[in-house]
Write a new protein. Sequence first.
Length: 383
Amino acid sequence: MQNLTDIKNYQYTGEKIFPEAKDFLPINGTDYVELYVGNAKQAAHFYKTAFGFQSLAYAGLETGVKDRASYVVSQGKVRLVLTTPFDPDSEMYRHICQHGDAVKVIALWVDDAARAFEETTARGAKPYLEPVTEEDEHGKVVRSGIHTYGDTVHIFVERKDYQGIFLPGYQPWESDYNPPEVGFRYIDHMVGNVGEGEMNQWAKFYGEVMGFANLITFDDKDISTAYTALMSKVMTSGNGRIKFPINEPAKGLKKSQIEEFIEFYKGPGCQHIALATHDIIFSVSEMRKRGVEFLHVPGNYYDSVPERVGQIEEDLDVLKSLGIMVDRDEDGYLLQIFTKPLEDRPTLFFEIIQRKGANSFGKGNFQALFESIEAEQARRGTL
């Protein structure tokens, strides 16, 4: 069973340094992502079955935790915490009622959680969790937290003095049911959807409060169809390990995917998590066998790939059969695919991405991606 302290060996393939970022925290990587869900036990079973995550840790009644149950699953450097509250009057329960199963916490691994809290709140961040030290027989962890868009929060995690399985209060989760992994290595990026006119506000937040740099900006000419459009700014930490694209809707003839998300999510929130793999063909093939549904890519999309992308190592016919898209930038190319929403609300979904040198986000795929999303919206009657 993999211990979380192994995250100290974190390696980011294709990492770039962004000197314009004021990396005063600094952030070493993504520590974990916590989702508030209606039934954590069943959600953990789904992520193990469909995505190949492995049992890691558990906190609940059996461990002395009286207000919730939390199951931690892991794969590569990715760790998801799936939490269900017991108290219907709790903030966690309200979050689920309003947003459905959704990302609440994006936890960031830092060297000094107290300093991270002081630095960010001094720059205007709204406090969420004052620095707190949690201890057990395996050592101590310091955590602190701040609010970001909507009800989403960042927790800063300092674990240099901890050797336990995950966090104090958690015990190893031993399970006989651990389907094989599908090849996920780390979180490539996480996308936030915000309301119209709010993108620059939150880009400024990440720039001024978190010390991030603006890696790239997409306007409504870059990301649009005949019906809908959006704008996006990608914010990155100085070491390139954390990337947060921030999306807002742009004016269009019909309801965009961002507007649909905000309508059903009931506010701004995390739209999708991009998981990096070394072999996207294997990962997607396995996920399809396990019942994961992906967006359908228009058949004529692949006609222009050889001319637009040039030579690639993969068989284009195989990529077409799986619905994997390809794009190229000055550093190389990437392969990507998007799941359909993972719950009945058209909100949270996942992206699977493999980078072959590219550091961009698939601008050449935007048109086909939007057409695929609009087709799903039309089927839902929400376009």
